[in-house]
Write a protein that binds this ligand. Structure first.
Ligand code: SF4
Length: 249
């Protein structure tokens, strides 16, 4: 079961009545067990039951995938890949800065407790083991390799969610971004332009505009042109959702 299967069953109205704010973010929260299906008042009872049975089905793909990824990494020498991905090899482990936290993983587990989606994202990043210099050329999600197919989901789950938070309390959002290590940058036409690194070689350029009488608050997120050398677009979508969750918590 993955978030898109759940998302397809949701009303996809992005009405903002649930705590997640958008349907895609709500689908992820349901799979994380951090939201209750009853929060979506747009669903009838039959659809609620269908989704309940989907997310409580036997076997947890996430746990299985984490085990598979550790298996795939078992022969990998962390010292060989650490520099390329902006991490530090430490004894038999790897220390990675992830969403404002220092995370240590060994060849068998994570040292600190971590949400299962966060584990998956870090393991996929380590497995791909990118090793490119950032170019400083920024690209929207839809222009990335295979990005078009997920660009609407990314817009709904990430850009719309951040724009909504910015409209509700801009200072709070900017403080949360700063706490994650985001730095203001110049040269863009947005009211606020920030670069955050949810993973060391994956900068997010977050552009925020205030709303006015005519326009809603807006947000655009751009990526370094090397991003798909470090992570695929599906994982990048989840990384964006993890960023939104971190600043929204
Ligand atoms: S999941 Fe949330 S945003 Fe989507 S329709 Fe239901 S209440 Fe609205």
């Amino acid at each position: 079961m993955n978030p898109f299967d759940v998302y397809k069953k949701l009303p996809r109205k992005n009405c903002g009545k649930c705590s997640a704010g958008t349907c895609m973010a709500f689908a992820v929260q349901l799979l994380r067990r951090s939201a209750r299906i009853q929060e979506c008042t747009e669903l009838d009872e039959k659809a609620q039951q269908e989704i309940e049975s989907m997310i409580s089905g036997p076997g947890d793909w996430k746990e299985r995938r984490v085990l598979e990824l550790f298996q795939e990494l078992s022969e990998r020498n962390f010292a060989d890949i650490a520099k390329g991905i902006g991490a530090l090899a430490e004894n038999d482990g790897l220390r990675i800065h992830y969403l404002g936290r220092d995370i240590l993983l060994t060849h068998t587990d994570f040292v600190e407790p971590l949400d299962i989606f966060d584990k998956l994202l870090i393991l996929m990043y380590v497995k791909i083991a990118g090793n490119k210099s950032l170019t400083g050329k920024w690209a929207p999600f839809r222009d990335l390799k295979d990005g078009l197919i997920r660009s609407e989901s990314f817009h709904e789950a990430c850009e719309m969610s951040l724009a909504k938070m910015f409209g509700e309390n801009s200072e709070a959002l900017l403080q949360k971004m700063s706490a994650l290590g985001a730095q203001a940058v110049s040269g863009f036409s947005a009211a606020h332009s920030l670069v955050a690194y949810p993973l060391p070689k994956i900068p997010f350029l977050v552009l925020l505009w205030q709303g006015d009488d005519e326009f809603e608050p807006d947000c655009k997120i751009l990526f370094d042109s090397t991003v798909t050398d470090y992570i695929d677009v599906e994982a990048l979508l989840y990384l964006g959702i993890a960023l939104v969750r971190a600043v929204g918590s």
